[in-house]
Write a protein that binds this ligand. Structure first.
Ligand code: FAD
Length: 222
């Protein structure tokens, strides 16, 4: 069991989880990512690595594999803990300490907030049946489309957020640019939950943390 307490634990290492991870770094949150497979990238690497995407904001065209590499590079510019080959089977919230216990096939993790980025409910029902049961037991509302969230991406419990294909929304909203926007919203609200004096919106990346030498090193600069 890992007793080290994290601010934000992100479950799922697809586009939503990886962008949430990057954003959590931007917000100075002590972050852990738990991914059930041995490779980060989610559907991009496991379902259609050689397809060309033409509808990702800012990219005229890019292969799924290359886009996954970019997501991973961006997510891992911060020193987050990344656990691969580890499947989450249960979540439990201790009301007294306000700490989440995240149980996996390898042990347990402790976190102040949790972001669920698990992929479509169809896939989750197959891979993470136990987790779905555990969430339902906690009172999280789940239907065929996914997990119900409010405008802050909160899933109905203190410090529990969800983003990407796993949330309940129309099927046509399951696409990458949407998942990443939701991931940023989930993390901003998780940060505010963990640290109530923090702003929900951190400012633009062009404005903040210019004092940090490793922040957004510009590869185009001389
Ligand atoms: C064939 C296909 C083509 C597509 N083409 C496009 C396109 O052209 N443009 C576009 O914008 N979108 C496209 N999409 C949709 C896009 O891939 C998804 O919207 C995107 O992957 C959602 O990201 P996500 O992180 O929410 O989910 P996913 O990418 O599914 O990632 C979820 C991750 O969570 C992990 N996970 C699940 N359960 C657990 C658990 N219990 N414990 C630990 N880890 C867990 C999974 O292993 C996975 O890595 C396509 C999808 C498919 C299937």
């Amino acid at each position: 069991m890992s007793t080290e307490l994290y601010d934000i634990t992100i479950i799922g290492g697809g586009p939503a989880g990886l962008f949430a991870s990057f954003y959590a770094g931007l917000r100075d949150a002590k972050t852990k990512v738990i991914e059930s497979t041995n490779e980060l990238g989610g559907a991009l690497v496991h379902e259609y690595p050689n397809e060309v995407l033409r509808d990702v904001a800012g990219f005229v065209l890019i292969t799924a594999k290359k886009l996954a590499e970019n997501f991973i590079e961006q997510a891992t510019m911060y020193e987050h803990a990344i656990c691969k080959n580890e499947t989450v089977s249960a979540l439990e919230f201790d009301k007294a300490t306000k700490i989440w216990t995240v149980t996996t096939n390898k042990g347990a993790h402790k976190s102040k907030a949790v972001v669920l980025a698990l992929g479509t409910m169809e896939k989750v029902q197959t891979k993470s049946k136990l987790l779905v049961e555990s969430l339902k037991k906690n009172g999280v509302k789940i239907n065929e489309q996914g997990i119900a969230v409010d405008a802050t991406m909160n899933a109905g419990m203190p410090g529990l957020y969800a983003c990407g294909d796993v949330i309940s929304k129309a099927k046509e909203l399951n696409f990458i640019s949407m998942a990443t926007a939701e991931a940023a919203m989930a993390v901003n609200n998780a940060k505010k939950y963990v640290n109530p004096e923090a702003d929900t919106f951190p400012g633009y990346s062009t404005d903040i943390r210019k004092d940090k030498p490793n922040y957004h090193t510009n590869p185009l600069a001389d």
